[in-house]
Design a protein around this ligand. Structure first.
Ligand code: HEC
Length: 114
């Protein structure tokens, strides 16, 4: 009886693990995994969510690649990066929540890429 319950649960768990992995393999920049990134981001922004990081990732690989290829977010010290993002968010016509999602995504990538 117990086994009959555990097996489907195990399948759901494995399916979820695969799914969360899939979400981060769309770009090598997110390779450390969105869960690790979220944990790192929440140290500084406790209200950050997985959806927000995913949104930041989508902006980074979408709107931010209209004029150039993806730029390396870990190549700059954070104050410089934030300065650049200020200018680029304007170029990409990001809303304030979109810019925040992008910054948090970058913070997560940086924190988990060291
Ligand atoms: C309207 C066009 C345009 C959009 C949209 C755009 N950029 Fe840029 N970006 C540029 C240009 C032009 C440069 C300078 C030339 C270069 O480095 O390719 C640049 C340079 C950069 C640099 C290097 C800056 C430096 O001083 O080394 C980074 C990083 C960057 N962009 C990030 C982003 C991010 C993140 C986004 C999304 C929010 C974005 N860009 C969206 C046009 C754009």
């Amino acid at each position: 009886m117990k086994k009959a319950i555990i097996a489907p649960l195990a399948i759901i768990f494995i399916a979820m693990a695969c799914k969360s992995k899939q979400a981060t393999t769309t770009s090598t920049i997110a390779s450390p995994g969105i869960d690790a990134q979220l944990a790192a981001v929440q140290v500084r922004f406790p209200d950050a969510t997985k959806d927000e990081l995913q949104k930041g990732h989508d902006i980074y690989t979408g709107a931010c690649t209209k004029c150039h290829d993806t730029k390396d977010v870990i190549a700059y010290a954070e104050p410089k990066l934030l300065e650049i993002v200020d200018v680029m968010a304007g170029k990409a016509h990001l809303t304030a929540p979109e810019k925040q999602a992008l910054i948090r995504f970058a913070v997560g990538v940086r924190a988990t890429s060291k």
